[in-house]
Structure formats: structure tokens, C-alpha cells
Write a protein that binds this ligand. Structure first.
Ligand SMILES: Cc1cc2nc3c(=O)[nH]c(=O)nc-3n(C[C@H](O)[C@H](O)[C@H](O)COP(=O)(O)OP(=O)(O)OC[C@H]3O[C@@H](n4cnc5c(N)ncnc54)[C@H](O)[C@@H]3O)c2cc1C
Length: 313
């Protein structure tokens, strides 16, 4: 009897999850490793004070392709996603939180959380992953970390790292703020690409959310870059001032404030193809950074890797 092919995936974001789902549906048993406490990567939700929640990563999803449209429909059919009327347009969000999308995709997958891979090396056709004092070995390895982190894992001198060196990801400082106020007249969202806060989401207008007045506000890429190394509390304070000014909110009614710095938030320069692999097709690199700054691009990358791998196995 032939031994099953050991497939390792670094990253439980949309790329890793979509890849793993396709492989699992074809009868394989991939192992996903993620350094995070939860799953979903940038499909992220922060909870606070038992009654507050903020989708501080991806805001909403939309589909350009039939395949992603089908995925959204399947997530809606199991109540893991719902439509969000943002005022200027309608998109879909996870229900009851953005990372519910990831949780729905993760069902029955072998995901190992809080496992930080420190380096990967190829030995005799296998891939060894160094994790603290442990080593895990796989026959096929799929890395879905943002491009700069993928290069750090492989080493910048690795030939495949050189092929992704031009890819860039832009930072995003994100504010999470809640107010002791029940003003239902506030807009569902506010977009102004030229302002310090390029995007504001009124969390309670999303389906299935707690009824508290809570906002997620994203600084523009320029503002985030200019303030990248600020202390978190200082960045939060500056963004809160901008939020109150923009929506005419009373700063005295703030009951919660926090900030998160995404160093690799949105794709600036993409790779321009769904994934990269080495000549022997034992190593695959994928992520949103291959195509576009969107969850759908991550889905396409992960799915394309899985389809290619299935043709090889
Ligand atoms: C603030 C913000 C707003 C956004 N808004 C939108 C939006 O409205 N709509 C939209 O479509 N997209 C949006 N995006 C982009 C979207 O979130 C991403 O395109 C998508 O989630 C990327 O998925 P991914 O799997 O490629 O990467 P990630 O989600 O980053 O997943 C990579 C995973 O790899 C793990 N990892 C990395 N290195 C290691 C390691 N060494 N060991 C173990 N694990 C590791 C990480 O923990 C992470 O979970 C937004 C992103 C941000 C940050």
C-alpha cells in the first residue's frame, strides 16, 4: 500500500483554508499550521468587555467570479454570511462576525493553532519545518503567509524568494471604538480615500451584531505608513479624534478604544499570477498578494494551488 502524501499548509487565512478544503474534498488530509490564537488571518474579529465586537480586518466580501459567488451562497445558506447594506453598496459579511466565514470553511480540517513556523528547509525532496524545538516533515508544502513573511521563512537567497521580492503589501492602522450612545441615524459606512481615515464601518448595522454603537475605522495607507511605528495608544488617540470629527461624535461618550496595526494589510504590487511553485512542484507559495487586495483573490490563489497539486498527485 502506498503511504499517503503528507501535505502541510502554513496559514489558516482564506488562502490556506480554501486550499485545504479542496484537498480534503478530494480525499487528502492536509495539516494547517497557524501562529494565531484563532483562525482566519485577516478575516479577523476582536471581542471586548463581553458585549462588544469589531471586525478589524477585512470589512466585507464581494464576488467577481462564479466560484466565489457559489462559496458566498453556500456560506449564506448555513447562516455563516449575510448581506450588509453599506449605504453606497451592498456586500457580504460573516455572521455573527467576520471570522465566522473562516470558521465555516474550517469544519473538519486539521488545524493546529498557535504554531509558529520559524523556518523551512528542503531535505531530500521533503520539507522540514522548524517549530520551537520540534521539526515537522511534509512531502508537499504550501506557504500562504504574506510575501515578506514567506521570504523570511525560506530565506531571501532562496531562488523562489527572488521571484516574489517585488511584491508589496501596504500597512493599515485600524481603530476600534465604542460609544455609550444609541444614535441609530449614523451611517452604515463612510469612505474617503483622501482622508486620514479612509474607511469607517458602523458595526451594529451589520447583520447579527450586538446593538452597541461601535466603529471600526481604517487609516489610509499613506497615514498608516507615516505613523507606522507609533505607540498603539497614541495611534488610537489620533484616529479617535479623526473619527469624532468625521461623524460628529461626542468624545466624552467613548466607552472602549483600541487599535491594531496591520503591517501587511493590503496588496500594493501583486505577483500577477495565482501562485508560484518550485520546479519539482513540492513547494507552493500563495496568498492574496498573488492577485489582488481582496478575500476573493486569496480564495482563488488557494483553490488554484489545490487544483494544481491534485493534478500532480
Ligand atoms: C484592515 C484590512 C481591511 C481589509 N478589507 C477588505 C475588504 O473589505 N474586502 C476584502 O475582500 N479584503 C479586505 N482585506 C484583505 C483581506 O483581508 C485579505 O485579502 C485576505 O484575508 C488574505 O487572506 P490570506 O489567507 O491570503 O492571508 P492571511 O489572512 O494574512 O493569512 C495568512 C495566515 O498565515 C499565518 N502565518 C503567517 N506566518 C506564519 C508562520 N511563520 N507560522 C504560522 N502561521 C503563519 C498568519 O497567522 C495568518 O493567519 C482587508 C485587509 C485588512 C488588513
Amino acid at each position: 500500500m502506498t503511504e499517503p502524501v503528507r501535505i502541510g499548509i502554513i496559514g489558516a487565512g482564506m488562502t490556506g483554508l480554501s486550499c485545504a478544503r479542496t484537498l480534503k474534498d478530494a480525499g487528502h488530509t492536509p495539516v494547517i499550521l497557524d501562529k494565531g490564537r484563532g483562525i482566519g488571518g485577516r478575516l479577523a474579529t476582536r471581542r471586548a468587555d463581553n458585549v462588544l465586537q469589531f471586525d478589524h480586518g477585512a470589512q466585507y466580501i464581494t464576488a467577481k467570479t462564479e466560484e466565489f459567488q457559489k462559496l458566498i451562497e453556500s456560506l449564506v445558506s448555513v447562516d455563516a454570511a449575510g448581506a450588509w447594506d453599506m449605504g453606497e453598496r451592498t456586500g457580504f459579511v460573516g455572521v455573527p462576525s467576520m471570522n465566522a466565514l473562516a470558521k465555516a470553511l474550517a469544519s473538519e480540517l486539521d488545524i493546529r493553532r498557535q504554531v509558529q513556523v520559524n523556518s523551512v528547509t528542503e531535505t531530500e525532496g521533503h520539507w522540514s519545518l522548524e517549530i520551537d524545538k520540534d521539526t515537522l516533515v511534509f512531502d508537499r508544502l504550501i506557504i500562504t503567509a504574506p510575501a515578506p513573511q514567506t521570504m523570511a521563512l525560506l530565506g531571501t537567497d532562496h531562488p523562489i524568494s527572488k521571484q516574489i521580492a517585488h511584491v508589496s503589501l501596504l500597512p493599515c492602522w485600524t481603530l476600534m471604538a465604542a460609544f455609550d450612545d444609541e444614535d441609530d441615524a449614523l451611517p452604515a459606512s463612510h469612505r474617503d480615500p483622501d482622508a486620514p481615515l479612509a474607511w469607517i464601518a458602523n458595526e451594529k448595522t451589520k447583520p447579527g451584531r450586538p446593538g452597541r454603537t461601535a466603529f471600526v475605522a481604517q487609516a489610509s495607507s499613506d497615514w498608516s505608513e507615516d505613523h507606522l511605528e507609533l505607540d498603539k495608544a497614541v495611534a488610537a488617540d489620533l484616529m479617535l479624534s479623526e473619527l469624532c470629527k468625521t461623524l460628529d461624535l461626542d468624545r466624552g461618550k467613548v466607552v472602549h478604544i483600541d487599535a491594531h496595526r496591520w503591517r501587511y494589510a493590503k496588496v500594493g504590487t501583486p505577483l500577477g499570477q495565482p501562485f508560484l511553485s518550485n520546479a519539482s512542484k513540492t513547494l507552493f507559495l500563495g496568498g492574496d498578494w498573488c492577485l489582488d487586495a481582496r478575500v476573493e483573490a486569496a480564495f482563488q490563489s488557494g483553490d488554484a494551488i489545490a487544483e494544481t497539486l491534485l493534478n500532480e498527485l
